[in-house]
Write a protein that binds this ligand. Structure first.
Ligand code: 5AD
Ligand code: SF4
Length: 444
C-alpha cells in the first residue's frame, strides 16, 4: 500500500475555524491524508485563515511567503488557503501567490477532495460559493480515518453566518447569512462524539442563540436543542458560544437555571457601554437593556460567569463614551473578556467613517484591559478555598500533573495519580496563579 500522505493544517481565529479544520482533515482523510503536527514533512499544507481584524490578508501573504523553502525542497507539496481570508480574497490569492494550489472559502470545504485531486494534476482551483449546508456533504464524525477516541471536550457547529450586520464586522460577508443545521443532525453528531469519549460539547455559531434548526415537530430553538442534548447519556457538560444579547430568549435564560448539564458560563459580547456608540455600531440594543439581561441571567443562575467582547476607538467614540464602557464593566463584573482596538475592515459601513486618534484608542484599551484583568483575577481568586468540579483534559507541565476545566471554565491543575483524563472530579482549590488555579482532589 502507498504510504499515507501527510496533512498539516494551521488554524487561525475562532473556535469555528478549529471545528472546520477537523472537518477538513476528515474530508481529506478519505483521500488518504493523515494529520501531521509539523509543516516540514507535509504533503499538503492548509492555512485556515481569519479575517476579523487588521491586515488579515497581508498576514496570510507573508505566511505563504515563509512556505517557499518547503515548496522548493518538495515540489509535490500542495498548498491551500481556506477560511475567511480565502472567502474574501478568492482569485486574488492565486494571482498574487504562485505557490498556492487551492483557495477554498469558508462555506465550500466539501469541495476539498476534488480540489486536491485537481491540485495533484497540477491544476489550481478557487471555490468560494455559498451552498446550503456544507456539513451535509462532509463526512461525519464516524468517518474512516477519524481517530477512535478523542479529547474529552469538543466543538460542534450548529449555526453559521450572521444577519446582524454590526457596522464594524466582516462576518456577515465572509460567513454569509444565518443558517442553522437540522436538530437531528446535531444530535447524531453529539452522540458520535460521546461514543468516542467526549464528555463536554461546546455548541458553536456566530450567533448561536439565534439557532432555529429544523427538528421533529417544527423549528427548534437553541434552548430546545440543549434540553434534548442534556438527555444524551455520557454527555456531562454543554456550553454554547457566541451569543447576541438580542437573541437571549426567555426559554434560554430559563435553561440556565433548569438544565444541570448546561454550564454556568456565558459569552455575551456587548462591544460598548455607550448608547450613542451602540447605535452607531448598529447593535440594536442599549447598555441598560444589556444590564437588565445580565440581571435576569443571574436571577436564573446566580453563579453564572459572564464573559464579553469590547471594541475601543470605534469611529466617533469620545472620552465620555469610553467612560460609559468602563461604567458598564464595573457594573457587570466580567469573569473573562476579550477587548480590541477598532480596526477598519474594508467593505463594512464603519470603514467609511473617520477614526479616532490612535493614541487615545491605545490609552483606552490599556485602561479597559487593566480593569478587565483585575476583575477576572478577583473572580478567579475568589475560588480559592471552594470545591469545584473539574473535567480533566490533559497532563500538565509538571510531572504527574493533570489539568482540566472547572464549570466556570477556569483552568485547574492537580498532582494526583487518581486524576484521569475524561473524568470529572471534585477538587478543593488551594491556590490561584495568573491564568489557572491549583487544588487537591477531594476523596469520595
Ligand atoms: N475591529 C475590532 N474588533 C472587532 N471585532 C469584530 N470586528 C472587529 C473590528 N473591525 C471583535 C468584536 C467581536 C470579536 C469576535 O471581534 O468584539 O465580538
Ligand atoms: Fe459580527 Fe455583529 Fe454578527 Fe457578531 S453579531 S458576527 S459582531 S455582525
Amino acid at each position: 500500500m502507498a504510504e499515507a500522505r501527510k496533512l498539516y493544517i494551521k488554524t487561525y481565529g475562532c473556535q469555528m475555524n478549529v471545528y472546520d479544520s477537523e472537518r477538513m482533515a476528515e474530508a481529506l482523510g478519505g483521500a488518504g491524508y493523515v494529520p501531521t503536527d509539523t509543516p516540514d514533512d507535509a504533503d499538503m499544507i492548509l492555512l485556515n485563515t481569519c479575517h476579523i481584524r487588521e491586515k488579515a490578508a497581508e498576514k496570510v501573504y507573508s505566511e505563504l511567503g515563509r512556505l517557499k523553502p518547503l515548496k522548493a525542497a518538495n515540489p509535490d507539496l500542495r498548498i491551500g488557503v481556506a477560511g475567511c481570508v480565502a472567502q474574501a480574497e478568492g482569485e486574488e490569492i492565486i494571482r498574487r501567490q504562485p505557490l498556492v494550489d487551492m483557495v477554498v472559502g469558508s462555506q465550500s470545504y466539501h469541495h476539498l477532495p476534488e480540489m486536491e485531486a485537481r491540485a495533484r494534476r497540477g491544476e489550481r482551483s478557487v471555490v468560494t460559493e455559498f451552498d446550503e449546508d456544507k456539513f451535509d456533504h462532509l463526512p461525519g464524525a464516524r468517518s474512516a480515518g477519524a481517530p477512535a477516541t478523542r479529547a474529552p471536550t469538543a466543538f460542534l457547529t450548529v449555526q453559521e453566518g450572521c444577519d446582524k450586520f454590526c457596522a464594524f464586522c466582516v462576518v456577515p460577508y465572509t460567513r454569509g447569512a444565518e443558517v442553522s443545521r437540522p436538530a437531528e443532525r446535531v444530535l447524531r453528531e453529539a452522540r458520535d462524539l460521546v461514543a468516542r469519549g467526549v464528555r463536554e460539547i461546546t455548541l458553536l455559531g456566530q450567533n448561536v442563540n439565534a439557532y432555529h434548526g429544523e427538528g421533529p415537530g417544527g423549528e427548534w430553538s437553541l434552548a430546545r436543542l440543549i434540553r434534548e442534548l442534556a438527555g444524551v447519556d455520557g454527555l456531562e457538560r454543554i456550553r454554547f458560544t457566541t451569543s447576541h444579547p438580542n437573541d437571549m430568549t426567555d426559554d434560554l435564560i430559563a435553561a440556565h437555571g433548569e438544565v444541570e448539564k448546561l454550564m454556568p458560563y456565558l459569552h455575551l459580547p456587548v462591544q460598548s457601554g455607550s448608547d450613542r456608540i451602540l447605535k452607531a455600531m448598529n447593535r440594536k440594543h442599549t447598555a441598560e437593556g444589556y444590564l437588565r439581561l445580565i440581571e435576569r441571567l443571574r436571577a436564573a443562575r446566580p453563579d453564572i460567569l459572564i464573559s464579553g467582547d469590547f471594541i475601543v476607538g470605534f469611529p466617533g467614540e469620545t472620552d465620555e463614551d469610553f467612560e460609559a464602557t468602563m461604567d458598564l464593566v464595573r457594573q457587570v463584573r466580567y469573569g473573562q473578556c476579550y477587548s480590541f482596538k477598532y480596526s477598519a475592515r474594508p467593505g463594512t459601513p464603519a470603514a467609511e467613517r473617520e477614526g479616532v486618534d490612535p493614541a487615545a484608542a491605545d490609552e483606552r484599551l490599556q485602561r479597559l484591559q487593566a480593569l478587565l484583568n483585575a476583575q477576572q483575577r478577583e473572580i478567579q481568586d475568589a475560588k480559592v478555598g471552594t470545591e469545584q468540579r473539574v473535567l480533566f483534559e490533559k497532563p500538565g507541565r509538571e510531572p504527574g500533573q493533570m489539568v482540566g476545566k472547572s464549570e466556570h471554565l477556569h483552568a485547574v491543575h492537580v498532582t494526583d495519580s487518581r486524576a484521569r483524563r475524561g473524568e470529572i472530579a471534585r477538587v478543593r482549590i488551594t491556590h490561584g496563579g495568573r491564568n489557572s488555579l491549583g487544588g487537591e482532589m477531594v476523596a469520595g
